[in-house]
Design a protein around this ligand. Sequence first.
Ligand code: ADP
Ligand code: MG
Length: 493
Amino acid sequence: MTDVMERLKAAGYEAVIGLEIHVELSTASKMFCDSAVTFGEPPNTHVCPVCLGLPGTLPVVNETAVEHTARIGLAVDCDIAGFTQFHRKNYFYPDMPKNYQISQFDLPICIDGDVLVELEDYERRVGITRVHMEEDTGKLIHIGKGGRIAQADYSLVDFNRAGTPLAEIVTEPDIRTPEEARLFAQKLRSIVLHLGVSDCNMEEGSMRVDGNCSIRKAGVTELGTKTEVKNMNSFRGLARALEYELGRHLDLIEEGERVVQETRHWDANKNLTTSLRSKEEAHDYRYFADPDLVPLELGTDWIDAIRRDLPELPDEREARLMQKFGIPAYDARFMTQSKAHGDYFEAVMASFGDGKTASNWMMGELAAALNAVSLDIENSPVEPQGLARMLTLVKDGTISGKMAKAVFEEMFKTGQSADKIVEAKGLKQISDPSAIAALIDEVMAANAPAVSEYREGKKQAFGFLVGQCMAASRGQANPGLVNKVLREKLDAS
Ligand code: ADP
Ligand code: MG
C-alpha cells in the first residue's frame, strides 16, 4: 500500500475514483467534415469552413467514427443505443471556433458496460457509464514563461486538431486506489489498441485520462466532494496525480476545511496539482440537441455486424497465450498489456518453441533494457526474430546462458544479430566432446595435486578443477559437458 492509501485507511477513509478518458479515433477525416486528421503538421493547414465554424456551414457525420465508437462500446460490454443524438455543449474558449462543441448528452451511443481489472491478489469490476462521440478542440500554444495561459505574453491557436473525432469513455466511481486507476487505464488502452481504432499515444495526447476523486468515511455510501485532475501524460503520472489529490483531500478534511469542487492541473515536474477552474455544472453548458444533425438510428443488423467483426481482445488473447504457449497468467497479462507486447511475443514464438523462456526474457532483460532508454517495445532495437535466434543459440548450446546476457546487451546496443556478435567476439560455446576432453587433459596435467586430492576423497577439489577448465577456455567450454567428462576422467583413474 502506498503512503497515501495507508494514511486514508488509518484515518478510516476510503478513496473513490472515476475516470473520463478521451481517445482520438483513427479516421482519415474529421468528425463532421472532410479535413484530414493529422498530427505534427504546420498549424492551420488541415482546416475548412466547417471545422473553422464559419457561418452557414453544415456538419456531416463521419460513419467510420460512429463505427469505431460502437466497437469500443461493444468491447467494454456496453449496450449500443438504437437511437442516439448529438448535442451542443455551449461554452466559450478560443480553441473552439463555434463557441460550442458537438458532443452527446442524454442519448449517448453506448451505455452500461464494464471492464474487469486484475490486480495482484484481487479483481475490480469497473462499471462503464457511457461511451460517447464528440469532436476535439483546436490547440492553444501559450507563448511566454511556463507555457501556461496565466503567465503567457500571448497565445496562438492551431485548428488542425479541431473537429478530430473523439470517443469519451466515462467510468462509474468504482475505482478505489490510484493503482487500480492506472491498471484500468492501461487495460482500456490495450483494448482500444487491439480494436485498432486509435493509436492511444498519451504523450501526443491521442489518449487523455482525466481523474476524478473524492474521499469518504469507510462504510458511508454517499459520495464526497470530488475534484478532477487533468494533464497527466503517462499511466504513472495518472497514479501519482491521484495520490497527490487524495492526500490533499485528507489534509483539508483533517484541518477542518472543505474540498472545493474544481478542475485541477497536474504538474509532473513539481509533483503537485494547482487549481485550473471551478467546475462548471451541466446547466452552465446549456446543452441542446444539435438541429443541424439528425439523430442516428442504428439498426440491430448494423450493431450485430460490428459485434461479429470484433477482433480478439486482451482477455481472450491472454487465455489463448496461456493455453497455446504454456505461460502463466501473470506472464500472459504482461504480454497483453498492449497489442505490441502480444505481437512481439507471438513473433518470437513463431521461430522459438519455449514460451516460458521467451516470456522471461521479455519481462526481464528486454523490459529493463527498453526502460533504461525509455523506448516502447514497438521501437525495440532487438526485433522479435533476433531475440528468437539468440534464444535458439542458447537452447542448442552454441552459447551459454551467461554469455547470452552479454550477447543480448550488444544486440540491443548495436542492432547486430546474435550470430554476428558470437562470431566476432569468439563467444561460441565449446561443445565438441573431443575438444573438451583435450582441454580437461591439459588442466589435469597442470593441476596434479588437485587431481590426487580428489582421488584421495577430497571431493571439493572437483569444483576447483571445473573452475580451471572454464578459465582455460575463457568461459567458452560448455559447463555441463565439462562437469560430465571431468568426472568420468577423474573417476576412471
Ligand atoms: P461532471 O458532471 O462533473 O463531469 P460526472 O457525474 O459526469 O461529473 O462524473 C464524471 C466522472 O467523475 C465519472 O467518471 C464519475 O464516476 C466520477 N465521479 C463522480 N462523482 C464522483 C465523486 N464524488 N468522487 C469520485 N469520482 C466521482
Ligand atoms: Mg461529465
